[in-house]
Design a protein around this ligand. Structure first.
Ligand SMILES: [Mg+2]
Length: 232
C-alpha cells in the first residue's frame, strides 16, 4: 500500500508534540502563580476542562478566518475566566503572552514519537507541515529535539496558506522535491491533515488517539504512533 512512498509529512501538535500534556503543564504553572483557585473559586481540573472546550472553538473559528491570531490568544482565557464569573481582560491579555512564552518550552512528546522517527529516518525523507504560529512552533521543534529528523519544515503562517488548503500540499511538494504519488501525511486532525492530504491526492494515516474522533470510512487509522513500525 505504501510501496511508492518516499516522503512522509508529519503534523506537529497532537501528532508528535504532546500538545495537551505540555499545555496543561504550562497552564497549571500559571494557574498557581496567579492564584486563580481563589479568583475563579474553582480547581485547576475544573477550569482546564472549560478552557480546553473554549480553546477548541476558537481554533475552529481561526481556521475559517473568523477571528485574528491576537483575538484568539487572549479571548480563550477571558472566556474561561468569565465562565467562573471572574472578569479580568487585563489578566487575559497577560496570560496570552505568558502562555506563549512558557508552553513551547515544554518537551513532552506523544508516546513512541522518538522510536518511530528513529525507525523512519533512514528509510524515508521526513518533513513537517504545521498550522501553527512560527515563533512558537520553532521553539517546540528545537527544545524537544525534533529538528534534526526533518528535511523540510513548513509552518503555515510563514507562507500564508494552511491545511487543508491544497496549496500548502503543493508547496510542500515543491519545497521537498517530492512528486504527488510519493507523499504520505500523518496527522491527528481529520479535517485539516487527512482531508487536506487526500484532496491533494496524497496518501494519509489518521492518528486517532483513544478514539477521540469518530472513525471515518476510507481512512487508514492508527491509535498510537508505534503502529507505524509494522506498517511502513
Ligand atoms: Mg495536530
Amino acid at each position: 500500500m505504501y510501496s511508492h512512498i518516499k516522503h512522509i509529512f508529519f503534523d506537529l501538535d497532537h501528532t508528535l508534540w504532546d500538545f495537551e500534556t505540555n499545555s496543561r503543564e504550562a497552564l497549571s504553572d500559571m494557574f498557581s502563580k496567579h492564584e486563580l483557585e481563589e479568583k475563579c473559586n474553582t480547581t485547576f481540573c475544573e477550569w482546564i476542562d472549560v478552557y480546553e472546550a473554549i480553546n477548541h472553538q476558537y481554533w475552529n473559528l481561526y481556521s475559517t478566518r473568523g477571528i485574528t491570531k491576537e483575538e484568539l490568544r487572549y479571548r480563550r482565557f477571558y472566556d474561561a475566566f468569565l465562565h467562573f464569573k471572574y472578569d479580568d481582560l487585563e489578566l487575559s491579555k497577560h496570560w496570552a503572552e505568558e502562555y506563549l512564552q512558557i508552553s513551547p518550552y515544554k518537551t513532552n512528546l506523544m508516546p513512541g514519537a522518538m522510536e518511530v522517527l528513529d525507525y523512519l529516518k533512514p528509510r524515508y525523507t521526513l518533513h513537517l507541515i504545521t498550522n501553527g504560529f512560527k515563533e512558537v512552533q520553532n521553539i517546540k521543534i528545537d527544545k524537544s529535539r525534533l529538528r534534526a529528523y526533518f528535511h523540510t519544515i513548513l509552518i503555515s503562517e510563514e507562507h500564508g496558506v494552511s491545511k487543508p488548503e491544497p496549496e500548502i500540499f503543493r508547496l510542500a511538494e515543491t519545497l521537498s522535491g517530492a512528486s504527488t504519488g510519493e507523499c504520505l501525511m500523518i496527522g491527528d486532525n481529520h479535517d485539516m491533515d487527512i482531508n487536506g492530504a487526500k484532496g491533494a491526492n496524497w496518501k494519509a494515516i489518521h492518528l486517532n488517539v483513544a478514539g477521540n474522533n469518530e472513525e471515518k470510512p476510507g481512512t487508514v487509522q492508527i491509535s498510537e504512533l508505534k503502529e507505524l513500525l509494522r506498517m511502513l
